[in-house]
Design a protein around this ligand. Structure first.
Ligand code: HEM
Length: 409
């Protein structure tokens, strides 16, 4: 490593001209990290790992996949039955998408709890939201590729939403389709974009990390670091902690991939797409269900689309909707309760989104939708003003070690 600094050896020679090794050294080894990060801070690196898993397995799948309405379904069966370990690659990719969303949703809720979106991390938060939007588009297009019943009807329902746009709606939908129906042209462009988008995500993740490293990580106390005694180097402390968390999550992942690979999927997608047969209930993958519930909660089509999009867009304004100066919910007795109410509300939306839009589900979905928006537009600003936060500790080291320390030892 000293070769990097003194410019000696091959590594030093390259680094003097292109500081790639010193950047890695600074980012993954020396990087001063708050000494009190808990396991909720594992989920950023886990998200990065799942992004890599999706890209690697996706590239291998693409080598055997046929992007045409005649060949798509059969090529997936070919991957499952004939390609060496094709079943494994596909099951990892299928369930990897679900795990990627689980990990990223936990990552977002961690941010909501500890106020990680607040100054000076607003842009970091926005970049995260852009990643989320790209992930959603990628997952949606990927689900269309097997050309099963849910692929076809999911694509039909969602692309048709654009017809709600006044005046140009129908033209936009036909432009998206590349014709007058969900057909070969759409499948082809979805395949092309599904291959492209993960690389865009990689680009935004790099910006996300640059923004993160500009001011450093937030921490469970939500207070700024006062000096070197509040930090520890990323390696070995957090590399080993991230690896431990990874081995734990990969164990659960392996259990799902090997023992319940279809648990998170819908059986109808094992039926080839049939434009003449509409499934009884068209449902998206589980990670879209809360948004699907919001879409259906509004009786008007355009209104539903606006509500669904707003459910994510509102998160961009969060740094200003939250009026509290205190970041961490640990010191915010009222906000802490409302955080959990929001969490339960999202679970309810997920449940409603997966249920048929009839009977009492309609009312529950509408109430849960109103609550979702009220949380951000009404409760967050008001709580920040009326709440009396608990006293904050003087410093991270004092809180963690229970006594003030003078140096970094
Ligand atoms: C591919 C998806 C993503 C990757 C690979 C990723 C990666 C990371 C990493 C490695 C960290 C540092 C470790 C940590 O704090 O957990 C981080 C922090 C952060 N991420 Fe993400 N992230 C992703 C998506 C998101 C999304 C969707 C959001 C929010 C909408 C988000 C918001 C944040 C915030 C606010 C922080 C700072 C947390 C803090 O310091 O307390 N990220 N991200």
């Amino acid at each position: 490593m000293s070769n990097i600094k003194n410019g000696k050896g091959v590594i030093g020679w390259i680094d003097y001209r292109l500081p790639i090794f010193s950047t890695l050294q600074h980012t993954l080894i020396d990087y001063p990290t708050p000494r009190n990060l808990n396991y909720w801070w594992n989920f950023g690196s886990l998200a990065g790992i799942f992004l890599m898993i999706q890209i690697i397995t996706g590239i291998v799948l693409a080598m055997h996949y046929t992007p045409s309405v005649e060949g798509a379904f059969a090529s997936i069966e070919h991957i499952m039955r004939d390609v060496n370990y094709g079943w494994l690659i596909r099951y990892i990719h299928m369930n990897g998408a679900s795990f990627f969303f689980i990990v990223v949703y936990i990552h977002i809720f961690r941010g909501l709890y500890y106020g990680s979106y607040k100054s000076p991390r607003e842009v970091l938060w926005w970049l995260g939201l852009i990643i989320l939007l790209l992930m959603m588009a990628t997952a949606f297009m990927g689900y269309v590729l097997p050309w099963g019943q849910m692929s076809f009807w999911g694509a039909t329902v969602i692309t048709n939403l654009f017809s709600a746009v006044p005046v140009v709606g129908t033209a936009v939908v036909e432009w998206l389709w590349g014709g007058f129906a969900v057909d070969n042209a759409l499948l082809n462009r979805f395949f092309a974009l599904h291959y492209l988008f993960p690389f865009l995500i990689v680009g935004v993740v790099i910006l996300h990390i640059v923004a993160l490293h500009t001011h450093g990580s937030n921490n469970p106390l939500g207070i700024d670091r006062k000096g070197p005694q509040d930090s520890i180097p990323f390696h070995p402390y957090y590399t080993i902690k991230d690896l431990f968390g990874l081995s734990f999550v990969l164990t659960i992942f392996a259990a799902v991939v090997f023992y319940a690979p279809d648990f998170l999927g819908h059986p109808d997608n094992y039926i080839p797409a049939d434009p003449l047969k509409t499934p009884a209930h068209i449902v998206p993958e589980w990670y879209f269900l809360p948004f699907y519930a919001i879409l259906r909660a509004v009786p008007d089509k355009l209104g539903g689309v606006i509500a669904m999009i707003s459910a994510i867009l509102i998160l961009f304004a969060l740094p200003w909707l939250d009026t509290s100066k205190v970041r961490s919910a640990t010191f915010r007795p009222i906000y802490k309760k409302f955080f959990w109410f929001l969490f339960i509300d999202v679970i309810i939306l997920t449940w409603v989104g997966g249920s048929p839009a009839e009977g009492h589900f309609i009312l529950i979905g509408q109430l849960a939708t109103i609550y979702y928006f009220a949380h951000f537009i009404i409760f967050m600003p008001i709580i920040g003003i009326i709440e009396t936060p608990k006293p904050l500790p003087n410093s991270i080291s004092e809180s963690v070690l229970n006594k003030p320390i003078k140096d970094g030892t």
